[in-house]
Design a protein around this ligand. Structure first.
Ligand code: C5P
Length: 231
């Protein structure tokens, strides 16, 4: 499959920094449209997790490239807007995947061009009828450059830390605001300044600052945008 498949299957890309609400918004919008979803961050998180399980260092490109290329992973759709259940080598890793340590590891392996290349076609294969909502950092710039609608969500670092704090607490994970603010700043720095597919809005992306918007307001806004662009 190539980037051209976006010509036949409509794709909406939602990119943005960590904890900008992309995942939740993508799930709700996909549910409203009845479309498929790609959580590309989960793939990078899975590479980091698989590396840990197989005792591979996060800078060992020679071992990480084949690991990413042959990742044994299955996404099982959750109920409604619930998160997908993720199986790595047959084991349910849904909760482990959300830990900040895993996100941080993901951002390290994601800086390696060989790992990004190994995951490219796997991501494009998610573009299936009737349509795909793809969430990540480079969905609109690299993976689906021909997407029908491109959105870039932002929010202040403080607001993103607050959202992530609530999200992780709800899952019963132990975190402090201070650690989260530090980790978010570190991840922003790495994601925005890496040479391979840095986090930047696509030239034709609609940029939306969600700092003062509720989830429903953002979904409604994107829904209206899709009605205009997709019809
Ligand atoms: O979105 P999420 O926080 O799950 O992503 C984890 C990490 O994976 C990000 O910090 C980023 O470094 C990397 N990533 C990426 N490209 C994507 C999605 C995620 O580099 N399309």
């Amino acid at each position: 499959m190539t980037a051209n498949n976006t010509a036949s299957v409509p794709v909406i890309t939602i990119d943005g920094p960590t904890a900008s609400g992309k995942g939740t918004i993508a799930r709700l919008l996909a549910q409203r449209l009845g479309w498929h979803i790609l959580d590309s961050g989960a793939l990078y998180r899975l590479v980091a997790l698989a590396a840990e399980k197989h005792s591979i260092a996060l800078d060992d490109v020679e071992s990480l490239q084949p690991l990413a290329a042959h990742l044994d992973v299955e996404f099982v759709a959750g109920e409604g807007a619930e998160e997908m259940v993720v199986l790595l080598e047959g084991e349910d890793v849904t909760l482990e995947l959300r830990a900040e340590t895993c996100g941080n590891g993901a951002s390290k392996v994601a800086a390696l061009p060989a790992v990004r290349a190994a995951l490219l076609e796997r991501q494009r294969a998610f573009a299936q009828s009737p349509g795909l909502i793809a969430d990540g950092r480079d969905m609109g710039t690299v993976v689906f450059p021909g997407a029908a609608v491109k959105v870039f969500l932002t929010a202040s670092a403080g607001e993103r830390a607050r959202r992530r704090y609530n999200q992780l607490k709800d899952k019963g994970l132990d975190v402090t605001m201070r650690d989260l603010l530090e980790e978010i700043a570190e991840r922003d720095e790495r994601d925005c300044n890496r040479a391979a597919s840095p986090l930047v809005p696509a030239e034709d992306a609609v940029v939306l600052d969600t700092s003062d918007l509720g989830i429903d307001e953002v979904v409604d806004h994107l829904w209206n945008l899709c009605q205009v662009r997709l019809n």
